[in-house]
Design a binder for this molecule. Structure first.
Ligand SMILES: O=C(O)CCC(=O)C(=O)O
Ligand SMILES: [Fe+2]
Length: 675
């Protein structure tokens, strides 16, 4: 059947328009009926019902063998096919209350392929949905007084499901609606007007299945689904024709046992397919039904093939039946006993199946409830577990914090020891150098050697007095952070003691915001020199900009101190002739001087912070400049560049700062310049 529908090429993914956007429906659909069907915001073209004889035959089978004609009106004249390709395909919550469909007629759903669930819920009531298992071959009927007006249904997505499910929902068109559109429908049970040869049989009760008491009335009450009935007979879908999944109950011995012994004298009547179908249903012979359902199951081959197979199946069945009855099949001589026996057995099997399905449904319902209960218990458990987790986490955090603070303490101690040791080493070294120098000078007159020039000192034939660099020691690595004013500055004068690198950082603000990471990631720096004053103080024009400059300077200093064990030497602005300062420079110097003093006092570890000038030296220099008659007013700078004098002074400040920070004595003959 599925193959037939697929081969018709009508199944397609419709799209619905929502908020001006196209949304593809999560399934394939095809509509067979006399009019188009507006459904889920899409209009589906009506395909001729007669295009799919297998679906029509299936409906016959259901109507005649499965459904209860006293409860379920057999009036369908159209059907909708839905194909859910995987578990990701679904059908949202809805009621089939479109005007095209008669709302007082049942909707009969035949499910084929992968098993899925349908959730049915009372309209407007959240929760309390019942889940109906839609097994392959099962039939679900939404029936009763205005079912669609009272309930919604949906096929939810499922996670584990890779194969497809196809549903065929048989419906009855709304005839008022049809006539308003000048359309006519043909009921799917078109064989009501069967050929006269069977009319005698048609009149009998055997034509339709007798009313079957619904076994699940108790369950329906508890779920308050008065209009919902479930017919459970299986419609075979397996392609394994030799082993139908739900075998029918065995027929009385006289039929099945004798069937192979009696030779067929039956004569096959050349009837139309429809008539044969009806005959099969009427006679309700087990073997005939089996053959027919086997035919319906076959999913392979073309439609013509299927038809051929059906014809063959029907013919074989008739012949079997004929031989069982020891006579030709003649419509006016049915065998009432056999027929009523068959019907009885068949009905019993339906009842059994209904009972089975009803039990399964209540088990399913219980399972759903249990699952919900488990879920809520599990989430309760989770909720209880959270505070415990948090307290565990807090404890671990406390431990980590303790560890960090003990490591910090240890680090400070080590750092202090290291600083002390280094200061001692430096002192010893400079003492040694001084002593050596004294010895050397005192030896000179004794040896009556001519006075040597500085350049002679390293000559090879010198007495065994080692130079200052005799103790093998890695040159101290110094990084000077400077603004553009110091571009041209080459610190040759002290590069013998230090391995100097320069880093142009613009201003404190630039350094604090952009470059600081790059600076502190440089390896094995022994000292940082911060010379960033010129731009920073020159352009201060307001209290706010001054505050920002002070803040950024502090940030830089703090980051350099806390990210390494290196010394940090800050050179502050100094007023020099021609260069000048502005009003706020003094405040800047004052605030940074205070900051350096307080930082050094706050912790031994921060005594690595040095400066060579402070507010006092600044005031002194300014006074001196003001008293000099030729110098320009230092508060009104006329140049933005550092003078040669200024540059030299800057380099000396750096040098003093560095020597002081390492506890080194300044080399001789290099007296500081200026104030
Ligand atoms: O696939 C099904 O079983 C139900 C489909 C349905 O409810 C519909 O198309 O209206
Ligand atoms: Fe529906």
């Amino acid at each position: 059947m599925v193959t037939e529908i697929e081969s018709l090429g009508t199944l397609k993914q419709y799209t619905t328009l929502h908020k001006n956007q196209n949304h593809p429906l999560p399934r394939l659909s095809a509509w067979y009926g006399p009019i188009d069907y507006a459904y889920s915001g899409v209009v589906m073209k009506g395909n001729p019902v007669s295009d799919s004889p297998l679906v029509v035959a299936a409906y016959h089978h259901l109507a005649n063998n499965v459904l209860d004609p006293n409860n379920i009106a057999i009036t369908a004249d159209c059907f909708l096919v839905n194909q859910y390709r995987t578990g990701r395909d679904s059908c949202g919550e809805h009621s089939d209350d479109e005007p095209e469909v008669d709302r007082f007629s049942p909707i009969i759903t035949l499910s084929l392929g992968q098993q899925r669930f349908m959730l049915i819920r009372e309209l407007g009531k959240h929760g309390n949905a019942i889940a109906v298992k839609l097994e392959p071959g099962s039939v679900l009927v939404m029936n009763g007084d205005n079912f669609q007006g009272k309930y919604t249904h949906q096929i939810p997505k499922v996670t584990v499901c890779n194969s497809s499910r196809t549903s065929i929902t048989f419906r009855t068109c709304n005839h008022d609606y049809l006539s308003s559109r000048n359309a006519l429908s043909t009921p799917l049970m078109a064989i009501q007007s069967a050929q006269p040869v069977f009319s005698a049989l048609k009149g009998q009760q055997a034509i339709t299945s007798s009313p079957t008491p619904l076994q699940d009335s108790k369950r329906r009450q508890s779920l308050s689904f008065s209009s919902f009935s479930l017919s459970g007979a299986k419609f075979e879908t397996s392609s394994d024709i030799s082993s139908p999944t739900t075998p029918l109950s065995p027929l009385p011995g006289n039929i099945s046992e004798n069937s192979s012994k009696v030779s067929s004298k039956g004569e096959f009547l050349p009837l139309s397919l429809e008539v044969m179908c009806e005959a099969i249903d009427v006679i309700k012979d087990r073997s005939v039904k089996l053959e027919l359902s086997r035919y319906s199951l076959s999913t392979s081959g073309s439609v013509t093939d299927c038809r051929k197979r059906l014809k063959k199946a029907v013919k074989t069945s008739f012949q079997k039946l004929a031989s069982n009855l020891h006579r030709s099949v003649t419509p006016d001589q049915p065998e009432p006993n056999i027929i009523s026996n068959a019907i009885e057995i068949f009905e019993k099997s339906i009842i059994d199946l209904q009972a089975k399905i009803s039990t399964q449904n209540s088990v399913l319902q219980t399972l759903v409830l249990c699952n919900d209960d488990k879920k809520s218990k599990a989430s309760q458990k989770d909720a209880n577990a959270i505070p415990k987790e948090i307290s565990n986490f807090d404890k671990r955090l406390e431990k980590i914090e303790e560890l960090i603070s003990s490591i910090k303490e240890e680090q400070t101690e080590t750092m202090n020891m290291f600083n002390k040791l280094e200061a001692n080493v430096d002192k010893i070294q400079s003492n040694t150098n001084e002593t050596k120098e004294r010895v050397r000078t005192s030896l000179q007159p004794i040896k009556s050697k001519p006075q040597r020039t500085r350049s002679d000192r390293s000559a090879p034939n010198q007495p065994q007095i080692k130079s200052q660099s005799a103790r093998p020691r890695r040159k101290r690595k110094v990084l000077i952070l400077h603004d553009s004013q110091l571009n041209a500055f080459e610190p040759h004068s002290f590069s013998q003691a230090f391995d100097v690198e320069k880093f142009k950082a613009g201003s404190y603000t630039d350094l604090a915001s952009k470059h600081i990471r790059q600076v502190i990631s440089k390896p094995s720096i022994d000292a940082y020199v911060l010379q960033l004053g010129v731009n920073d103080y020159r352009y201060q024009t307001s209290q706010a900009s001054l505050d920002k400059a002070v803040e950024d300077t502090k940030t830089c200093i703090n980051k350099l101190l806390s990210s390494s064990t290196a010394k940090v030497v800050v050179t502050l602005p100094t007023p020099t002739p021609s260069e000048g300062i502005c009003d706020l420079t003094r405040d800047y110097v004052k605030l940074i001087t205070e900051f350096i003093t307080s930082t050094r006092q706050s912790d031994n570890n921060w005594r690595r912070l040095y400066t060579v000038n402070n507010l006092a030296s600044f005031n002194h220099a300014l006074e001196k400049l003001n008293s000099s008659p030729d110098s320009p007013d230092p508060l009104k700078p006329d140049k933005l560049h550092v003078s040669e004098y200024g540059l030299k002074k800057l380099s000396l400040n750096i040098k003093y700062g560095l020597y002081r920070s390492f506890g080194l004595n300044l080399p001789r003959r290099q007296a500081p310049v200026g104030p």
